[in-house]
Design a protein around this ligand. Structure first.
Ligand SMILES: [Zn+2]
Length: 240
């Protein structure tokens, strides 16, 4: 393999490695983001439940006020009952008292139900808060570890970037420009191996001309795939 092609092969390998590191770093970041979102969701759930408790308590207060107002009403009606002058008046008052008593009985049931609901919600929320505290503590440890891992990866990336820069110094300017353009255009794969037995480019799986294969075998400069434009090379185990 000619020296320029050999350098490009090395450069591609170093760039692949940098990509791998960057992917690894991104995956760690994504895992951290996912956990952060989980915590936010759990916190929101707790807030919503607390809001429901507040609303239930407000309702309970209102029902208690209604109950007291009805009781005062009933007491007034009871006094009026003792002063009723006619049977009709007496029956009318009695009916109103019965209605208010029925209302109060329903209110008492509702209040009891609310108290049970509130107790259950508060119990659930206390458990959720406890779980969230533990989750947050665990998250802090995880976050610290991810940050440390990412810093270590950054160190490796810088190391490989230096290696790439070192290799690039020896690559001819025009060839390097083409490599960089291909790298951008072909999503990080500027080079493609040649499948000699099938006579196809492994980058696009399309045939490479006999002439180009011969040039490649003769190690005659940089040969580009006429279909995908990548720089062709003969994989090491097939090289003569
Ligand atoms: Zn190709």
């Amino acid at each position: 393999m000619n020296e320029q092609l050999r350098l490009l092969r090395k450069l591609q390998q170093v760039n692949d490695k940098i990509r791998e590191f960057e992917d690894e770093k991104a995956a760690l970041g994504a895992a951290l983001g996912k956990r952060r979102k989980d915590i936010r969701d759990h916190q929101r759930h707790i807030d919503e439940l607390a809001q429901k408790v507040l609303e239930a308590k407000k309702k309970e207060d209102q029902y208690n006020l209604n109950l007291k107002a009805n009781e005062a009403d009933i007491n007034k009606l009871l006094v009026q009952l003792t002063q009723a002058k006619t049977n009709e008046g007496y029956a009318g008052l009695n009916k109103r008292i019965e209605e208010e008593q029925k209302q109060n009985s329903a209110l008492e049931d509702s209040i009891l139900q609310l108290m049970t609901d509130i107790e259950e919600m508060e119990r659930r929320n206390a458990a959720a808060k406890k779980a969230l505290d533990a989750e947050q503590e665990e998250f802090s440890r995880f976050e610290a570890k991810v940050k440390a891992d990412q810093d270590a990866i950054d160190g490796r990336i810088r190391e490989y970037q230096d290696r790439a820069a070192e290799i690039e110094k020896s690559v001819e300017g025009e060839i390097l420009d083409k490599y960089h353009r291909l790298y951008e255009r072909k999503d990080g794969h500027a080079l493609a191996g040649l499948d000699r037995s099938a006579g196809v480019c492994l980058g696009c799986n399309l045939p490479v001309t006999k002439q180009d294969i011969n040039l490649l075998l003769a190690d005659n400069g940089i040969i580009f795939c006429k279909s995908c434009g990548r720089i062709l090379y003969i994989p090491e185990d097939e090289e003569e």
